[in-house]
Design a protein around this ligand. Sequence first.
Ligand SMILES: Nc1ncnc2c1ncn2[C@@H]1O[C@H](COP(=O)(O)OP(=O)(O)OP(=O)(O)O)[C@@H](O)[C@H]1O
Ligand SMILES: [Mg+2]
Length: 257
Amino acid sequence: MAPLTSPPAFACEQVAVRFGAFRAVSDVSLQLRSGQTLALIGPNGAGKTTLINAISGRVALASGRIRLGDVDITRLPVHRRAAAGLGRSFQIINIFHDMTVLENLRLAAQSRAFGWQPCWRPVSGWPALERRAREVAALVGLEDELDWPVTMLSHGKQRSVEIGIALIPDPKVLLLDEPLAGVGQAEIEPTMALLQQVRKGRSVLLVEHNMEAVDKIADEVVVMVSGEVLMQDRPSAVWANAEVRRLYLGSEAAPHA
Ligand SMILES: Nc1ncnc2c1ncn2[C@@H]1O[C@H](COP(=O)(O)OP(=O)(O)OP(=O)(O)O)[C@@H](O)[C@H]1O
Ligand SMILES: [Mg+2]
């Protein structure tokens, strides 16, 4: 676990998001320390994905501020937040299914290096992109599937591709929206091992409904209900909290019940 004294790598301050009159996220403040993994949990519709979208720049804030280290990124577009060191994966896997693993990763490296107009650039930088794609493939355990069309991979392996794409620019802060969603039982353990690997050396905000995974991976847990933060604490304190059990966990799903 990161020392408690390390400075925040990332912070949301009083962040609010509205869809018309509906308040999907209400005045949420949270901090990620350098090297910390913070899990964001809560019932369906609590506002977790909306908060991730607001942080990554896909949804506008009604009010509040977002900081990445010393930089106020509140008004930056998506690609500039990514360039500043913010990476993310999606609740519904977001990759090019007809392309191979290597093509997906290479395209991510290419768009990171050149934006979406690589044809205007000299090809001299391409070996470096290929190298980075292969390096990340090895990191996420896909070196044997490089030439496979993604559509032929299991859901767990498709998750690995998506996480690999997020890792291409080596982000300091990584937002993961339900990386275990849809992953078959047999692949939960390897995907959790991948998450443990990926979180090393960076700060991670992890949205997840799998509480065993949260218990193993997260340093701290933030509970969101109806757009608001209910509590933030160590996993064991969250599992023991009666209000959290009543509103989200029930008595069965909580680890150490
Ligand atoms: N684009 C949108 N327009 C209107 N309402 C939206 C929009 N996106 C999300 N919502 C609403 O905002 C609320 C929060 O949704 P969100 O997807 O953030 O929940 P969540 O915590 O991620 O849930 P889940 O655990 O099911 O993924 C929900 O009531 C949802 O219907
Ligand atoms: Mg969601």
